[in-house]
Design a protein around this ligand. Structure first.
Ligand SMILES: Nc1ncnc2c1ncn2[C@@H]1O[C@H](COP(=O)(O)OP(=O)(O)O)[C@@H](O)[C@H]1O
Ligand SMILES: [Mg+2]
Length: 252
C-alpha cells in the first residue's frame, strides 16, 4: 500500500534554532498515528509543518520534503489554502468561532470556498456533526451560539468543522488534554470510526490514550524521531532504550 503522507528528512527551524531534525516518516491511509514524547521535543512543530502552518510563523523554515498522495505540499504551485483543506487540524483548546452558531461553524469552510446552496450545506452540516458524534446533542440548537456548548462538545464541533471540507488527513494536537475523562473517552471512541474516512495524526501526552487509539506510534526526543512502528511494539517491545525509558515512565 502507498503511504498517504510521506516526510523525507524534514527539518524545521525557528530562526537559527533547529526544533525538528531530519525526520523521515511514512503514514498509511486510514490509520491513526500517535506522536509521543516529552514537552518541547518538536511534536507540535512537526505537525504544523504538515499543513504548512509555519508559512505564517515569522522566522520559521521547513526543509526536506513532505508529500500528500505523492504530491509535494511545498511545491511552488501548491496553494497552502488548498493544502489546509486537504489536511485539517484540531487544536488542544477547542476554538470554535465564538460569534458563530453551531451550524455556521460547521458550514464556514464550505462557505469560504463559495458554497451557498442551502440544502447542500444542511446536508454536509448534518453529515459532519454525525461523523463527530455530536448531531444528537445539537440538532435542536443548530442556530445557538457555539460558545454555549460544553468543552467536550466544542471540541467535537471543531472536529465536525474540520471534517466538513472532507480532508484526507486530520492533525490533532493533544485534542483531549483540556477535556474531562468522559469527553476524552467520546473522542477516543470517535477516532476508530473516523479513520475509515480520514487518516489521523494525533499528538498525545497520555500513554494509555496512544496505546488505545493508535495503529502506529512515533516517539520524538529533542527534535529527533527516535523510533516509529506498530503501537503494540513501541509500548511492549521498543528497539531503542530511550523509547523504553519514556513509555515506562522513567522520564518525560
Ligand atoms: N514559535 C516558536 N518560536 C521559537 N521557538 C519555538 C516556537 N514554537 C516552538 N518553539 C520551540 O521548538 C521546540 C519544539 O516545540 P514544540 O514543537 O512546541 O514541542 P512539543 O509540541 O513536542 O511540546 C521547543 O524548544 C520550543 O521552545
Ligand atoms: Mg505541543
Amino acid at each position: 500500500m502507498q503511504p498517504i503522507l510521506n516526510a523525507e528528512t524534514v527539518s524545521i527551524y525557528y530562526g537559527p534554532k533547529r526544533a525538528v531534525n531530519e525526520v523521515s516518516l511514512s503514514i498509511l491511509p486510514n490509520t491513526v498515528n500517535a506522536l509521543i514524547g516529552p514537552s518541547g521535543c518538536g511534536k507540535t512543530t512537526f505537525l504544523r509543518a504538515i499543513n504548512r502552518m509555519h508559512d505564517v510563523t515569522p522566522g520559521a523554515k521547513v526543509t526536506g520534503k513532505i508529500t500528500l498522495d505523492g504530491q509535494d505540499i511545498y511545491a511552488s504551485d501548491m496553494d497552502p489554502v488548498a493544502v489546509r483543506r486537504r489536511i485539517g487540524m484540531v487544536f488542544q483548546k477547542p476554538n470554535p468561532f465564538p460569534t458563530m452558531s453551531v451550524y455556521d461553524n460547521v458550514a464556514s469552510g464550505l462557505r469560504l470556498s463559495g458554497v451557498t446552496n442551502k440544502s447542500y450545506l444542511d446536508q454536509i452540516v448534518e453529515r459532519s456533526l454525525r461523523q463527530a458524534a455530536l448531531w444528537d446533542e445539537v440538532k435542536d440548537r443548530l442556530k445557538s451560539p457555539a460558545t454555549g456548548l460544553s468543552g467536550g462538545q466544542q471540541q467535537r464541533l471543531c472536529i465536525a468543522r474540520a471534517l466538513a471540507v472532507e480532508p484526507e488527513v486530520l492533525l490533532m494536537d493533544e485534542p483531549t488534554s483540556a477535556l474531562d475523562p468522559a469527553s476524552t473517552s467520546r473522542i477516543e471512541d470517535l477516532l476508530a470510526t473516523l479513520k475509515k474516512d480520514v487518516t489521523i495524526l494525533i499528538v498525545t501526552h497520555n500513554m494509555q490514550q496512544a496505546a488505545r487509539v493508535s495503529d502506529t506510534t512515533s516517539f520524538f526526543l529533542n527534535g529527533d524521531l527516535v523510533e516509529n512502528g506498530v503501537t503494540a511494539d513501541i509500548f511492549t517491545n521498543p528497539k531503542d532504550e530511550r523509547t523504553e525509558a519514556y513509555v515506562t515512565g522513567r522520564f518525560g
